[in-house]
Design a binder for this molecule. Structure first.
Ligand code: FE2
Length: 321
């Protein structure tokens, strides 16, 4: 695709990588120094909507920088101008509503690493885009690293071709336990009442069925959620036939609150999971947040996480269909 915008020019950021010919993230800056305000950004994006959306698919990650976006209201305006449909978050992260489509990214402790994931990978319908806005950059740490998902599949196929195909054929099965109420002392502390939007068990069961999950109630009022079979990799339209590592095997395998195995009950060898974890880390890309940055991630093509951070850090998020 030719770079044709009058409003934006390509910049650079520390940590960017060239992955099979594409720069990730693609950094876009104001082309004219005088047009570096929020109004210019909105105007520029309105003129270049389709072009911009294509860039997100092509580069998997686009970082808008230098437009002085100040708060959730302005971030929301940027997101809304594209006309992408809003989506309700379902998952373990405790989040707080901020403004219209905008939420805090995770209320869990900043000291914890939030492991790499495709947003809502276990739900039937995952968002196509995850958009993050940096209101307060952290003094240290707190990056939002992301990983080109197809690279994980490529490298796992190089090292464990038979195992990958076996898991693919059988599918994955996961379990996840949650308490009833939110616990913000944990980054996975979202209670089921909040997650399912009800405190009524029958209603919760109905809703989880629609999401393709089964539930078991626990004596402490919590719930064990069972999911499966789920795929190991997926190929999405318009993404160069790339096989995305669209699963959460490493994140859920052998944990206190979760597990991952093959759908027929076969255990996945620990060394395979360990090696996969290393590959994901090696393939990760990270940049340093600057105030006012907006990062657009193609959620079909990238995993993302959060490094431990010093306080204060405020990164807001929205997801689109
Ligand atoms: Fe996330």
């Amino acid at each position: 695709m030719e770079f044709t915008s009058q409003e934006f020019m390509v910049g650079k950021c520390e940590g960017e990588k060239l992955v099979h010919g594409e720069t990730m993230p693609l950094v876009l800056l104001p082309r004219e120094a005088s047009k570096n305000g929020f109004e210019s950004l909105v105007e520029g994006l309105k003129k270049n909507k389709e072009w911009f959306e294509q860039l997100i698919i092509k580069n998997s990650a686009v970082l808008l920088r230098g437009f002085d976006v100040k708060n959730a209201e302005e971030f929301n305006e940027v997101v809304e101008l594209f006309g992408w449909e809003d989506m309700r978050y379902v998952g373990p992260a405790p989040r707080t509503h901020v403004y219209k489509r905008i939420w805090t990214a995770n209320e869990g402790p900043l000291s914890e690493f939030i492991y790499y994931h495709h947003e809502m990978v276990l739900i039937k319908e995952s968002p196509s885009k995850v958009i993050l806005f940096c209101e307060t950059p952290p003094p240290e740490g707190g990056q939002t690293p992301f990983v080109p998902s197809f690279r994980v599949t490529e490298r796992m196929l190089e090292e464990f071709p038979e195992m990958v195909e076996e898991i693919e054929k059988k599918g994955l099965k996961y379990t996840f336990t949650a308490l009833s109420k939110n616990d913000t002392s944990s980054m996975r502390g979202r209670g089921w009442e909040d997650a399912f939007g009800t405190s009524d068990r029958a209603e919760a069961e109905k809703r989880t069925k629609l999401l393709g999950m089964d539930v078991e109630w626990l004596p402490n009022g919590g719930v064990k959620t069972l999911l499966g079979p789920r795929p190991l990799t997926r190929v999405f339209e318009g993404r160069k036939e790339r096989r995305m590592w669209f699963n959460t095997m490493v994140g859920m395998y052998g944990k206190e609150h979760s597990s991952a195995m093959m759908a027929d009950g076969t255990e996945i060898p620990e060394n395979v999971v360990k090696r996969c974890e290393e590959i994901i880390e090696e393939e990760s890309i990270q940049f340093k947040w600057e105030k006012g940055d907006i990062l657009f991630l193609d959620n079909m093509a990238t995993l993302h996480g959060r490094r431990p951070s010093l306080s204060p850090r405020r990164v807001l998020v929205t997801i689109c269909k």
